[in-house]
Write a protein that binds this ligand. Structure first.
Ligand SMILES: [Zn+2]
Length: 233
């Protein structure tokens, strides 16, 4: 049958794939992901803080200019001696108003400085958390590398056979297989029975789509639902 080689390949590969999956879902792999996620969350938090600090500094710059402006006005109105009681009252009122504005700006600056201090301690926490997770991830990756090496050593024979077999398989067919394997659609090739008319993998009724294409043993077609390859055994 034209699918003999690829089916033989799949037969061996199913066992290898199962072990690869176990490896990828091992506690070690999960922990690596957890720590890597923490590192990227902390990096995001740090860059958000950077942005916020930038905004705060820009606002403080503005306030600086505003304060300077108010002081200038104050100096200007004070340089003119009030000649009448009315002028003195106006001067008093203006000075009071400038003082209030200055106090409000001062409060703003104080709040911003407090926030910056808060951010500094948050920043330190984020950095130390990121460093901890990075170190954990590094250690776990060493362990995971060993696990992978053990896996390859255990399945060395299978991998060698797969390599030999793959040279004997139509490249297009092998490529189609590998795409589905990467999408974790295993097994890729599933035997189709005209009696049921269903894809044995996903259970979808597919006789209308593939019935005409599957006439002789070894004929194959794509399941329109799960995209596996159904074949006539
Ligand atoms: Zn299907």
């Amino acid at each position: 049958m034209k699918l003999d080689r690829i089916l033989k390949y799949q037969n061996i590969d199913v066992g290898v794939f199962k072990e690869e999956k176990n490896l990828a879902s091992s506690e070690t792999a999960k922990s690596i992901k957890k720590h890597d996620d923490i590192v990227s969350q902390m990096r995001e938090a740090v860059s958000r803080s950077d942005l916020e600090a930038g905004t705060l500094f820009a606002r403080m710059h503005e306030i600086d200019a505003q304060i300077e402006n108010i002081c200038l006005h104050e100096r200007n109105i004070m340089s003119v001696e009030p000649g009448t009681l009315e002028q003195l009252e106006t001067l008093d009122k203006d000075l009071n108003s400038y003082n209030e504005q200055l106090q409000a700006l001062e409060r703003d600056v104080r709040r911003m400085l407090e926030r910056l201090q808060e951010m500094q301690s948050e920043f330190a926490k984020h950095v130390s958390s990121a460093n901890r997770s990075q170190e954990e991830s590094r250690k776990l990756n060493i362990e995971y590398k060993k696990m992978k090496e053990a896996h390859f050593a255990k399945f060395q024979k299978e991998y060698t056979v797969l390599k030999t077999l793959s040279a004997e398989i139509d490249p297009q067919l092998l490529a189609a297989y590998k795409v589905r394997r990467a999408a974790k659609k295993m097994p890729v090739f599933v035997p189709y029975s005209a009696d049921s008319g269903c894809c044995p993998a996903c259970g979808m009724q597919i006789v209308a789509e593939v019935g005409d294409k599957l006439k002789a043993q070894g004929d194959f077609a794509k399941c329109p639902n799960c995209e596996r390859i159904v074949y006539l055994p």
